[in-house]
Design a protein around this ligand. Structure first.
Ligand code: MG
Length: 375
């Protein structure tokens, strides 16, 4: 932690609501730093390297994966937290863990698995991230999962249906009584959005699926693009893109800090419980929200539904669905550590197995089950 004093309403490791299983306080690092370290050492974290953000891992070495995405979220989140005198370590831990429960093949994979699990309680990647750190990681002698602090778990569970919230104990309570998580969790959530909107523009342009000419119709991008071209005529196109995106991230982050500071000022906050009782305080200004929405709409229409992305998504859905059906149809095909007795538990176990797969592992497993020449 830096030596700047934290705000009274920041999350404090000394006043943490604690871990499910009691542990002695760590030596030489804070409770939230210990959480971050456990996340980095987890298997689920390493698998993020081979999971799709938008582009499947084998499409190119420079595209973001879930791992580099998570690191960018942590970087953006930490800068914001530092400026707002919030707990940087907690934002870092939440950011690095926020996508641990993501399936292979990005959103297409998540949608397919959710459809497969329709009769068995569904599949939500946020809930799965929590499940990874609460149950699925098997590394410690005294407990399942990573036994993280309440504040980290609260931040990881970004969204959750009321039905699921009811079964989650204290970490689900806020969804039932309409309260907010810590400012650190709110910041990590918005840092996620800043990160993916910007790196998807970068990856989209690099892949050629979207063009600079198209991007000129997006105001947030176009304004900075024009400035860059004016101040650096003749600059090589890749550098123009980087410089424009750098300025775009800066604008979003600065706006977020200013608006959040002003929202904090409008409430008298004495501690973290005041944050939980207040309306959402971390936010962009209304104008930036509008510009940001325009960018998102553009990305949805032009990049995420590009026919080449759709082909990948359709393949991904087929792979996930067929894997699920195969394991549900004959449980003897499942690796023994995933075998559970009851049918409902069996479906959840299959979902855990599939969700944990990297893109290429899922492709390989599919081939092993369906291609005659493989085994
Ligand atoms: Mg994310």
């Amino acid at each position: 932690m830096s030596n700047i004093a934290l705000a009274a309403y920041a999350a404090s490791p000394q006043r943490s609501r604690g871990r499910k299983v009691y542990e002695e306080a760590p030596l030489g690092r804070s409770e939230f730093q210990r959480d971050r370290d456990r996340i980095i050492h987890s298997s689920a974290f390493r698998r993020l390297e081979y999971k799709t953000q938008v582009f499947v891992n084998h499409e190119g070495d420079l595209f973001r994966t879930r791992l580099t995405h998570s690191i960018e979220v942590a970087q953006i989140g930490r800068s914001i937290a530092r400026r707002l005198a919030l707990n940087e370590d907690l934002v870092e831990a939440i950011s690095l863990a926020h996508d641990l429960g993501h399936t292979p093949f990005g959103h297409a994979g998540q949608d397919a698995l959710n459809t497969c699990m329709r009769d068995y309680g569904g599949f939500e990647h946020n809930l799965q991230s929590l499940r990874v750190v609460d149950v699925l990681e098997e590394r410690y002698a005294s407990f399942d999962g990573l036994n993280l602090c309440f504040e980290t778990r609260e931040g990881i569970l970004k969204h959750c249906s009321l039905e699921n919230a009811a079964g989650l104990g204290e970490v689900g309570e806020r969804f039932l009584n309409g309260r907010r998580p810590s400012l650190e969790a709110q910041i990590a959530n918005l840092a996620d959005e800043v990160a993916y909107n910007n790196h998807d523009v970068d990856d989209g342009l690099r892949s050629g699926l979207i063009t600079l000419e198209q991007m000129a119709s997006v105001r947030l991008f176009a304004g900075h693009l024009e400035e860059v071209r004016k101040s650096h005529p003749g600059l090589d196109e890749r550098r123009v893109v980087h410089e424009t995106i750098r300025r775009m991230i800066n604008t979003l982050v600065s706006d977020l800090i200013m608006q959040t500071e002003s929202n904090i000022g409008a409430h008298s906050l004495h501690n973290i419980e005041d944050v939980r009782n207040a309306p959402a305080l971390a936010a962009f200004s209304p104008r930036m929200q509008e510009l940001n929405r325009e960018l998102k709409v553009f990305l949805h229409g032009q990049l995420y539904r590009h026919y080449r992305v759709m082909r990948m998504s359709s393949k991904a859905q087929r792979i996930i669905t067929e894997l699920f059906q195969a394991f549900m149809g004959d449980r003897r095909l499942l690796p023994p550590q995933f075998l559970r007795a009851a049918e409902l538990e069996h479906a959840r176990s299959v979902a855990d197995y599939i969700a944990g797969m990297t893109d290429r592992y899922a492709i390989r497993e599919h081939r092993r089950l369906f291609a005659v020449e493989e085994n």
